[in-house]
Design a binder for this molecule. Structure first.
Ligand SMILES: Nc1ncnc2c1ncn2[C@@H]1O[C@H](COP(=O)(O)OP(=O)(O)O)[C@@H](O)[C@H]1O
Ligand SMILES: O=C(CO)[C@H](O)[C@H](O)COP(=O)(O)O
Length: 558
């Protein structure tokens, strides 16, 4: 190549499988998204708390979006491919064909989704064992993790599923297998959702104690006995068949995957913050909390040494940033809760009509309607007598209590658009108050957090972001808790592309790729003048769950 010629650009493809859709992006070496595509995926809810998907439907959607984002590109410039996905459980037989995870025997529905709560009895029995591995999931295993679901399959679908099963994958690992034919699992999924230890591997005594000795007997071949760090290159890269499916060239590097929240963390937490007046500029990366807020919200905090936070998942070693321990707080429904509250309100049809007429999303319309009715007071003050406790799908963190329910206090007879807008605001605030509750638990255990790095669908909602700045920061430090938004709003996809970049060998480490591919876009500072009001909202917030427990005690009192 002559001196004058530019080196051809190097690109990476990130694929993010969320709850409601699959997204793909073409990303360059500085983390800029050059193309984006998304495709809805099917969700089945055959009965309450049963949530299922199809791995074939998901893979087909991955192929559609990947082909779209590489259109018109010289495929030789695509150096690597990374996947992230929700921590849903994929079930395949010995020939890698789908098996049913339902009583109807429908093998098209072979995925138990992350938010499925069918395995309550199983997780209760697992927690009653008080096995030592539970220390590494915050002390209480979540019904959303894989061991309870595996036990449910063995106890409820013995013939049509369990006895025929050859492979149980976490969804991110299913995707990397589908792309490469390599059944190695990512350290991320196994450590976070399967009780695998980076240091000690599988704990035979745990699986025997909970009644899944089957896995020990075949040396964990069904759930993974080859484990690689996220970003490691898998086998010989993309197979010819997968390359045809995806519209890419065979042999490009494919990375060991990440769970979606962890990819989001990778996509935001390492950004160079110089020049933004942020307190975290002079602090270690452990002062940053990544909050991936979509259907659910995940609060990702890292530390050099393990920190045990009761009710907060982890500590997980190298599950997100290599060499760091990870604690993951969470709220099982956040975007889903906001959608539920808005769509279930009597004024929702009117909202739809008015938002459409203004060519606005329903949330943009609600935000502008709140500005209209707030008059001279700060918009957040509209909920002075309306309060929400957000655990409509149980509490993931920091209470780790799946029996908790949602609460709303302060309802009136009105059911107009003002009423809907204020209920929407109270729900957004309840989610931010829940984040404050999680941060306080993490800080009490040893974390020292000064800045939030938000990404995910809800980070596109300015009201959601401002409420997180106003509510989470003002109580924790006089400087307040600013919220950083990335230059690329689709930061989860940047995280997936970081994996592909690492697998290609173009970066020496995940840390190097993170630093080069994620950039600060916007900083939202808290309105410290509103501190007193939100401290009072927080007092009411904590009273709500106290009262809920008192009601339960009264009703259960023989
Ligand atoms: N621009 C937006 N404004 C407000 N809310 C949004 C926006 N985009 C997505 N959301 C909300 O974010 C949630 C979906 O989050 P997302 O991260 O896109 O998907 P997933 O949870 O499947 O990964 C939904 O509840 C949706 O209503
Ligand atoms: O438990 C998880 C991460 O550890 C789930 O994958 C996550 O909560 C679901 O993500 P999303 O809300 O984006 O669909």
């Amino acid at each position: 190549m002559s001196g004058g010629e530019q080196k051809p650009e190097r690109y990476y493809v990130g694929v993010d499988v969320g709850t409601g859709s699959v997204r793909a992006a073409l990303v360059d070496q500085s983390g800029v998204l050059l193309a984006f595509a998304d495709q809805p995926i099917k969700n089945w809810e055959p009965q309450f708390n049963h949530h299922e998907q199809s791995s074939e439907d998901i893979w087909a959607a991955c192929c559609v979006v990947t082909k779209k984002v590489v259109q018109g590109i010289d495929l030789n410039q695509i150096r690597g491919l990374g996947f992230d996905a929700t921590c849903s459980l994929v079930v395949l037989d010995k020939q890698f064909h789908p098996l049913p995870v339902n009583q109807e025997g429908d093998s098209h529905r072979n995925v138990i989704m992350w938010l499925d709560h069918r395995a309550v009895s199983q997780v209760n029995r697992i927690n009653e064992t008080k096995h030592s591995v539970l220390q590494y999931v915050g002390g209480v295993m979540s019904v959303e993790m894989q061991a309870p679901k595996l036990l449910w399959l063995k106890e409820n679908l013995r013939e049509i599923c369990w006895d025929k099963a050859g492979h149980f994958f976490d969804l991110p690992d299913f995707l990397s297998w589908k792309a490469t034919g390599v059944t190695a699992r990512s350290l991320c999924s196994l450590v976070c959702k399967w009780t695998y230890s980076a240091e000690k591997g599988w704990d035979d005594s745990f699986w025997k104690m909970i009644g899944l000795e089957d896995f020990v007997a075949d040396n964990y071949s069904k759930i993974g006995n080859q484990v690689l760090p996220p970003g490691a290159s898998l086998g010989n890269g993309l197979t010819p068949e997968a390359a045809r499916d995806l519209g890419l060239l065979p042999g490009i590097a494919v990375a060991a995957s990440l769970i979606d929240a962890h990819a989001g963390g990778l996509g935001v937490i390492g950004a160079d913050v110089r020049g933004h007046g942020l307190i975290c500029e002079g602090q270690p990366v452990t002062s940053r909390l990544a909050v991936i807020c979509g259907t659910s919200s995940c609060h990702m905090g890292i530390s050099k040494d393990p920190i045990f936070v009761p009710g907060v998942w982890g500590p997980y070693f190298s599950a997100m940033v290599p060499g760091f321990w990870l604690n993951e707080g969470g709220q099982s429904v956040t975007g889903k809760l906001i959608d539920h509250m808005v769509q279930g309100h009597a004024a929702f049809p009117e909202l739809q009509v008015k938002a459409t007429a203004r060519c606005q999303s329903i949330y943009a319309y609600l935000n502008s309607h709140l500005d209209l009715i707030k008059k001279a007071q700060p918009v957040g003050f509209l909920t002075v007598d309306l309060h929400v406790w957000p655990d409509f799908h149980g509490n993931r963190s920091p209470l780790a209590d799946l029996t908790l329910k949602g609460m709303v206090t302060g309802l009136k007879l009105s059911q107009d658009l003002d009423d809907l807008a204020i209920l929407y605001l109270a729900t957004v605030q309840a989610i931010a108050l829940g984040t404050r509750f999680i941060i306080e638990a993490m800080e009490a255990a040893g974390h020292s957090i000064s800045t939030l790095f938000l990404c995910g669908g809800l980070s596109k909602n300015p009201l959601f972001v401002q409420m997180h700045a106003d509510i989470t920061g003002v109580a924790l430090s006089c400087a307040g808790m600013p919220v950083v938004l990335s230059q690329e709003v689709e930061s989860v996809l940047v995280g997936a592309a970081v994996l592909g970049a690492c697998a290609s060998g173009d970066f020496a480490s995940v840390q190097e790729a993170m630093a080069k591919m994620s950039k600060v876009g916007k900083v939202v500072f808290p309105r410290l003048q509103d501190k007193k009001y939100y401290d009072k909202k927080y007092q009411v917030f904590l009273k709500l769950v106290e009262h809920q427990k008192e009601y339960l005690a009264i009703m259960n009192d023989d």
